[in-house]
Design a protein around this ligand. Structure first.
Ligand code: SF4
Ligand code: MG
Length: 342
């Protein structure tokens, strides 16, 4: 049994401007201990997906349909009380901004100890010891004396480490990380990602890592799902995706990674922007930006390339699949990039 299995998840937001389909018929699975990346531009539905797993979608948002099986049980069927038990205990979440996760009026140690007491039923002394151990594990030097520091006495990187320690305090089976290092500078980012990866191994925690940065995914993940406008466009083991991307959008994302030795100014971006989610373009929603779009693309949706089972395009519309694969093949030939895997 997969640790997490999301089937046909659809999430909509009923806004003044209309109904926004933030996540559209999304399916994926994460195995125990697996590091799974979710990549896409902002508006792709990455964060909404993670919040759905925690059942934290708030009005005007609504989970319309689908199931979220966690260890075989549908999170969407659980009572408020049951889901609260899962949240934080079995599924924990780390956000981009560590500052919002830390309460400025309590010391870092007290906050983590509180989480430890809450989740593990430890007494004060045990919780303190466990906290110091956790701070040490996530790479905070002199953890014992830093225990009584307030969040503002920590650097940005240290704050994010503390948040990771807090998330790990309950020994979750799944850790949702939403752009956990976006706010940090590159050196600190690399350190924290490395730390996160080895902690996940040590604690045998699966990670769902959300990012707009394929470089970050390369560093940490085993498998990756690329999302566009609420739908997955490609899923693959990370190396396959890097060396042989199939979907034009993935190829576009790849070419927006700086090449080895290149500086930022040569960075390409995919022309255009994410479509209006209230009114998605018909057919393949990427067609207004796709350099290989043909008439047929405006009429029919392409099948998901590269489903879990392998590299073949699935779906009944084999013709469409073949066409899209052929286009992407051409696209790759015309594209001379090297991918830097840090
Ligand atoms: Fe979509 Fe057509 Fe481009 Fe494939 S070739 S990504 S179906 S627009
Ligand atoms: Mg987001």
């Amino acid at each position: 049994m997969a640790l997490l299995e999301v089937n046909d998840l659809t999430v909509k937001f009923y806004t003044q401007e209309g109904v926004v389909t933030a996540v559209d018929d999304l399916s994926y699975r994460i195995e125990r201990g697996e590091k799974f990346g979710v990549v896409g531009e902002s508006g792709a539905g990455k964060s909404v997906t993670a919040l759905s797993l925690m059942r934290l979608i708030e009005s005007p948002g609504r989970i319309e349909s689908g199931e979220i099986l966690f260890k075989g049980e549908d999170l969407l069927e659980m009572s408020e009380e049951e889901i609260r038990d899962v949240r934080g205990n079995e599924i924990a979440m780390i956000f981009q901004d560590a500052q919002t996760a830390l309460n400025p009026v309590y010391t870092v140690g007290e906050q983590i100890a509180e989480a430890v007491r809450h989740h593990l039923d430890y007494d004060d002394e045990e919780a303190r010891e466990r906290t110091i151990q956790l701070l040490d594990t996530v790479g905070i030097p002199e953890a014992e004396s830093r225990y009584s520091d307030y969040p503002h006495e920590f650097s940005g990187g240290m704050q994010q480490r503390a948040v990771i320690a807090m998330a790990l305090s309950c020994d979750p089976d799944l850790l949702l990380c939403d752009e956990p290092t976006t706010a940090l500078d590159v050196t600190i980012e690399a350190q924290i990602l490395e730390e996160l990866e080895s902690l996940a191994d040590e604690f045998d925690t699966a990670i769902q890592l959300i990012t707009h940065d394929l470089g970050v995914v390369a560093e940490v993940c085993d498998r990756v799902m690329v999302m566009y406008a609420g739908s997955p466009v490609e899923k693959a083991p990370v190396e396959e995706l890097y060396y042989d991307p199939k979907h034009p959008y993935t190829v576009g994302l790849m070419s927006s990674i700086p090449r080895v030795g290149d500086r930022r100014e040569r960075l390409q971006t995919i022309p255009g922007t994410m479509p209006d989610l209230v009114e998605l373009p018909p057919g393949c929603s990427f067609h207004p930006r796709c350099p290989y779009a043909e008439d047929v693309c405006t009429k029919r949706e392409p099948p998901l390339l590269n489903p879990e089972t392998g590299r073949d395009a699935s779906g009944t519309d084999a013709e469409r699949a073949a066409a899209c694969l052929e286009y992407t093949g051409e696209l790759q030939e015309g594209l001379d990039y090297e991918v830097e895997i840090r």
